[in-house]
Write a protein that binds this ligand. Structure first.
Ligand code: ZN
Length: 302
């Protein structure tokens, strides 16, 4: 009798620990993603084998992020780190060094054809690399392939899982690409001009045929000067730009002012450098595209 109770208690304890997932979580590959868009993509490719921690979360601005001691601790214990590259995460090198990270670093944008822009800084013209490559789904497919290969290198036993997950995800991205291209192809030529607050839509514009103008440069680090704003206001009036779009990661006041002074309509909010929270309209990379394209087409088609 006593023996049987002990046995049952043992079973119950084993079940409790099993359900709590303590052992299971410890077995997962510990991955870090620098920002929310990469975090979702790594999660899609890694599936149940990978535990992903995202440093810059939903609606966060990775251009100007300041890492926390908790980030350093997470990174120290991680097997693999995913970054965008192209100069996006200027704070990452220092964090990697200070955390003592010893895992593999995967640059998701490897193989992307970089888009450059000429920006004026203190009267001097500078060529700047645009980091927002994820805003083209063709580039998104390169990101997924790099993530798959990185995960296989870090965890060879998971090869079949990563290949299957990536293949399924690549199919979904390809389908979304067809839908996005078709939706935007329907816009009249003279309405294919938009304003965003920082220059985050260069790859998007090039891929899907939109002209994008922004008072701030490719980073949110420097604010638009009064001259930049005056120049954009003249440009919007001269070129009859139909709509301005807010971004989830930036302050809305500048674009409110621009819309007021030009009569351009506010077309809605685009998710540019970060996803929304789980309850928002853009909790995944593909949801972000659906939301952005829906917002653009409804504002620009009439
Ligand atoms: Zn940006």
């Amino acid at each position: 009798m006593n023996k049987r109770i002990l046995l049952q208690t043992g079973l119950v304890l084993a079940l409790l620990f099993g359900l709590a997932g303590g052992a299971e979580a410890a077995d997962k590959v510990k991955a870090i993603a620098s920002f929310s868009i990469l975090g979702d993509m790594v999660h899609q490719v890694g599936g149940d084998r990978v535990n992903v921690v995202t440093l810059v979360g939903p609606d966060g601005d990775a251009h100007v992020y300041e890492p926390t001691p908790a980030d350093a601790k997470n990174l120290a214990g991680a097997a693999i780190l995913f970054v965008n590259g192209l100069g996006f995460e200027g704070w990452m090198d220092r964090l990697e060094i200070s955390s003592g990270f010893k895992g593999k670093t995967i640059v998701a944008s490897t193989g992307v054809k970089p888009h450059t822009m000429v920006e004026e800084e203190g009267g001097k013209e500078e060529t700047i690399t645009d980091p927002h490559a994820w805003q083209s789904l063709a580039n998104g497919k390169l990101y997924v392939a790099n993530m798959r290969d990185g995960l296989i290198a870090a965890d060879p036993e998971g090869k079949a899982t990563y290949e299957a997950n990536a293949a399924k995800y690549l199919d979904a991205i390809a389908k979304e690409e067809t839908d996005v291209t078709a939706a935007l192809a329907g816009l009249p030529k003279e309405r294919r001009k938009i304003i965003t607050s920082h220059d985050s839509f260069g790859y998007f514009g090039a891929a899907y045929g939109l002209e994008v103008i922004a008072p701030e440069g490719v980073s949110t680090e420097s604010e638009a000067s009064a001259q930049d704003v005056a120049k954009i206001i003249r440009q919007i009036k001269a070129e009859k730009v139909p709509a301005v779009f807010m971004e989830n990661i930036t302050d809305h006041r500048l674009l409110d002012q621009i819309a007021r002074e030009t009569g351009a309509k506010i077309g809605g909010e685009l998710y540019t450098d970060a996803l929304s929270g789980a309850d928002g309209p853009a909790p995944t990379y593909l949801d972000m595209f659906r939301h952005n394209v829906g917002t653009l087409t409804s504002a620009l088609s009439s």
